[in-house]
Design a protein around this ligand. Structure first.
Ligand SMILES: [Zn+2]
Length: 283
């Protein structure tokens, strides 16, 4: 039995890697098209510069980018390395999930979860939005997965989602209250000038709904770890950006930090939580 596992495992990991890279390619399409109101199925991928249909052999995740050196075969338009990077990272995350949880329903759950998180990072960086279909839709999907065998259970899922939602709502209310006393503190990014309110408190509705989605998937302890990592990395980045001379009135989107914290916690959240408890108990 053990030997069979040994033969199967590398194939399984390779399969997960490839599945992840294809998924990453799809996430690139979603993050580009959905905020622009375009269909994700139709039409097929075209060069954003010359409009020529991209052939399947030029659309192989990661590989095609390197073969064509990131350029369109027809017009030579340079495509960002980010596309290949998203495909590669998604592939590696899928491979990591299959190594941690094997190939069962939990793989499927966590693959969906990291895909949603990557979508959050892309749309929040590019457009300052977290799609409702990703946050609210994702929360519902997370709750459904909690019922399935090996899941965290529906009560833990719903209560963590509600708890995270309330916590973030509270943060929004408090920060809004404080920042109201210095109006116009932050500048809304381009294209969002009519929603200055969203950028006053730093905690937009998108972040609040995203926190609920993360809670629905991770359950209480891993969510606490995820939020801790998010606030820590967010604060450090904010401080770093100010030191680097960034205009402190231009906000930094928080969604990517939440998504990053959730992804880290997905893999080692329980370990960090146990470590925290053991340190706490030894005092
Ligand atoms: Zn082109």
């Amino acid at each position: 039995m053990k030997t069979i596992m040994c033969i199967e495992e590398p194939i399984l990991i390779l399969f997960a890697l490839f599945l992840g890279m294809i998924t990453g390619s799809f996430l690139n399409v979603v993050a580009w098209r959905v905020p622009r109101g375009e269909s994700i199925i139709h039409p097929s991928s075209r060069c954003t510069s010359c409009g020529v249909l991209i052939k399947w052999y030029d659309n192989i995740p990661v590989l095609s980018w390197f073969i064509l050196r990131g350029r369109c075969r027809y017009c030579g338009e340079q495509f960002s390395f980010r596309y290949a990077l998203v495909e590669l990272v998604t592939g590696l995350l899928f491979a990591g999930i299959v190594m941690k949880y094997g190939a069962g329903i939990l793989f499927f759950r966590d693959a969906v979860f990291v895909s949603l998180l990557i979508c959050v990072i892309l749309t929040d960086i590019d457009h300052w939005i977290i799609l409702d279909s990703v946050s609210i839709g994702g929360a519902i999907v997370g709750i459904v997965f909690s019922i399935l065998p090996g899941g965290i259970g529906i009560l833990r899922s719903i209560s963590t989602a509600a708890g995270a939602f309330l916590l973030f709502f509270l943060i929004r209310q408090i920060s809004e209250h404080i920042l109201k006393q210095k109006p116009g503190y932050t500048i809304a990014p381009e294209g969002h000038e009519d929603e200055t309110d969203e950028f006053q408190g730093g905690m937009g509705w998108g972040d609040i709904k995203l926190a609920a989605m993360i809670g629905a998937f991770l359950g209480p302890s891993a969510t606490v770890v995820a939020l801790f990592i998010a606030f820590l990395t967010g604060a450090l980045t904010g401080i770093g950006a100010i030191i680097a001379g960034r205009n402190r009135r231009i906000p930094i989107p928080f969604g990517p930090f939440l998504a990053f914290g959730a992804a880290v916690s997905l893999f080692i959240g329980q370990e960090i939580w146990s470590l925290y408890l053991s340190i706490g108990l030894s005092y």
